[in-house]
Ligand binder design. Sequence first.
Ligand SMILES: Nc1nc2c(c(=O)[nH]1)N[C@H]1C(S)=C(S)[C@@H](COP(=O)(O)OP(=O)(O)OC[C@H]3O[C@@H](n4cnc5c(=O)[nH]c(N)nc54)[C@H](O)[C@@H]3O)O[C@H]1N2
Ligand SMILES: Nc1nc2c(c(=O)[nH]1)N[C@H]1C(S)=C(S)[C@@H](COP(=O)(O)OP(=O)(O)OC[C@H]3O[C@@H](n4cnc5c(=O)[nH]c(N)nc54)[C@H](O)[C@@H]3O)O[C@H]1N2
Ligand code: SF4
Ligand SMILES: [Mo]
Length: 694
Amino acid sequence: MRGGIRWVKTHCARMDHGGCSLLVGVEDNKIISVKGDPDGFLNKGYVCAKGLASPERLTHPDRLRYPLRRAGRKGEGKWERISWPDAIDEIAKNLKAVKENYGAKGIAFCQGMPKGMEHFVLIRLANCFGAPNVVSVQDVCHAPREITGIHTCGFYPVTDFHHRSQLVVLWASNITSTNEEGEIHSLLIEQIKKGTELIVIDPRRVDLVKEARVWLQLRPGTDNALALSFLNVITGEKLYDKDFVENWTYGFTDLVRHVRDFTPERVAEITRVNPDLIRKAARLYARSHPAAIQWGNPLEHTINAFHTLRAIVCLMAICGNLDVPGGNIQANEPNVLGLGKFVRSDLLPSKRNEMIHAHHRTIPRLMTVPPAMFRQAVLKGNPYPVKAAYMQCTNPLLVYADSRQTYEALMKLEFLAVSDIFMTPTAAVADIVLPAATHFEFNDIGHYGLGHGYLLARPKVVDPPDECWPDVKILSELGKVLTEKEYWYDDYNQLLEEVLQPSGLSYREFTERGYLKGPDRFKKYVSNGFRTPTGKVELKLSQAEKLNLSPLPQSAGLPEEDDPHYPLVLTSSKSRYYLHSSYRWIETLREKRPHPRIEIHPETALKYQIRQGDAVTIETKSGKITQNAHLTDRVDPGVLNASHGWWFPESEATSLYEWEQSNFNILTSTKKLGKEFGTPNLKGVGCTIRRNIY
Ligand SMILES: Nc1nc2c(c(=O)[nH]1)N[C@H]1C(S)=C(S)[C@@H](COP(=O)(O)OP(=O)(O)OC[C@H]3O[C@@H](n4cnc5c(=O)[nH]c(N)nc54)[C@H](O)[C@@H]3O)O[C@H]1N2
Ligand SMILES: Nc1nc2c(c(=O)[nH]1)N[C@H]1C(S)=C(S)[C@@H](COP(=O)(O)OP(=O)(O)OC[C@H]3O[C@@H](n4cnc5c(=O)[nH]c(N)nc54)[C@H](O)[C@@H]3O)O[C@H]1N2
Ligand code: SF4
Ligand SMILES: [Mo]
């Protein structure tokens, strides 16, 4: 019997960090419609193309539906269907064997962008199992911003779009495409309509440049020098907030002396930005109150991430924009279970010393292994061997810098299990592939642990098909076999109740409310001081020596030396139609962006005899790939913007879905890594191009 349409309110997820409230129409266990919820706390009715296409993930005919065991050589594309008990057994048997021979540190638990509670349950499983190595893409995604914030001002300063800003700086943030971490751009657009001004710092003329008072079209990978130049102008012209600086900062005179050399003229040579524009932007930021810096992900794609981000937090501080409404705030979390307790860090107090990267002396607060260091452990046994990995929600063959090194590492692992919703190049070289249930198919909590001060309800809307299991269930079942049963529940949904318990709400009550938000409280430092060793914003780090860090933000100039063989400067950005390497197989999205494209200025195209749509070889010192030319004056003639995350799900399994063909990370390298976070240079890489001749 047909039941008619039922509308369920939930939040979008796993198409980016998530955040938009959605109204989902369901009929007979099938989603037939998705709409933006006008009452959405973050989106006010907005929904993007990915959100609208998101139910197609559930029903794609090629979706993984049963656990698979490798039946041929690694990567040969031959599989046999096995039962869940057999899959769990086989994973447990292999992980236990490695633990016996090499210790639990010989196993890596790998996660991509955190997508929901599965991320934290994975860390819990690793802790319960005694395994210190959770590998994550955090080295290029948020860890540098969060940890640098904590060292400098005691918290992670997030943009407050919920209160009026006089000015917003979009610094390496293409918010109308990426809406990252729930900074859904509709909130910003509302503000712009009411008169909020904009500065855009981006090598490309992104959508919001048309609304901007100033656009700094810098050379990719040079934000570091630019930020120091802002500090030079603002301190030199005494445009800072004097009361704040006097009462709440440490090391101001040292910083002033330190940035004296970074004049706009000198920095213009590095950044290619006109010195007068640098001055104009710095003055505008300093004179606007409150002003917020929406700082994006490319700031983390450099070996100098720590210094760049330190300089930017110093800017927020000296201009009096920290923890004020409409500035960069310390979001207050709702009353739910703390992360440390949920992930059971108590069970593995030795983790800090045992983690792979502790041996490389990265910044001590970094609790996940940088992927480059994980691969060194697999390939060279440095600092000790890693022999097996469990991966969920990630596609390392596309998303880690230096894809060939990733390939070698994956092939060398003695055992690899991958949980995904679709066969990917990474899953294709695994020993066991697990069919995950995905968003809309289980109860989940969004934005837990992300530091934005709210939790979003993502109640289940439909049942998963066939034998797809939510990751949290898979991890719980593995936990019961690999670790003490007492850490797990008969019903994995209890893990969600555990998180919510301090709030006094059940999961059901939480979903009725839709979201939980911490209180709006600002300028907490007035009563408590900043949570740094000096109680002030540490423009100069008071414990730099102890932590093996530079006390003041440094500049290393260009990300790499100019090389006449590679005269063009390469960067990349995320596509509004995809999430990293995910979802090239969703038809309605693929129709919108069928090919990997590289943005080339028409003058440059002419010089290299390239026409619109031509297949073009892009070559760096590390390798070469092919993408299709898209001629546009959005980029400077000296700069190219390529697409990240491309593979071809429609091609042969034996080619690993042509993982090498257009994959941006074939062009990147891990030879140089940032000392603090193990981050490679992904931006500002020297390259050359030519038209492919067939
Ligand atoms: N549609 C979509 N949304 C996403 C994602 C996705 O893959 N697709 N990924 C999600 C994730 S995990 C993240 S971390 C966020 C990231 O979201 P964003 O921070 O917006 O990241 P990007 O798109 O990489 O880059 C943002 C802008 O920086 C510019 N840029 C490139 N190089 C440089 C540079 O060297 N300096 C400066 N100043 N700007 C530069 C690019 O031109 C681009 O316009 O988005 C999230 N949302
Ligand atoms: N050169 C370069 N490299 C980059 C970046 C860049 O800008 N340039 N960006 C970096 C950043 S910011 C990030 S966050 C990383 C992203 O790194 P990843 O998070 O590894 O990226 P994705 O390609 O989105 O891979 C996610 C995988 O999860 C699967 N998946 C989706 N839903 C589920 C689910 O419910 N369960 C399971 N088990 N699997 C699911 C998808 O099918 C997909 O294969 O890449 C980083 N790498
Ligand atoms: S912006 Fe993000 S959260 Fe909103 S609908 Fe699109 S993918 Fe979903
Ligand atoms: Mo990310």
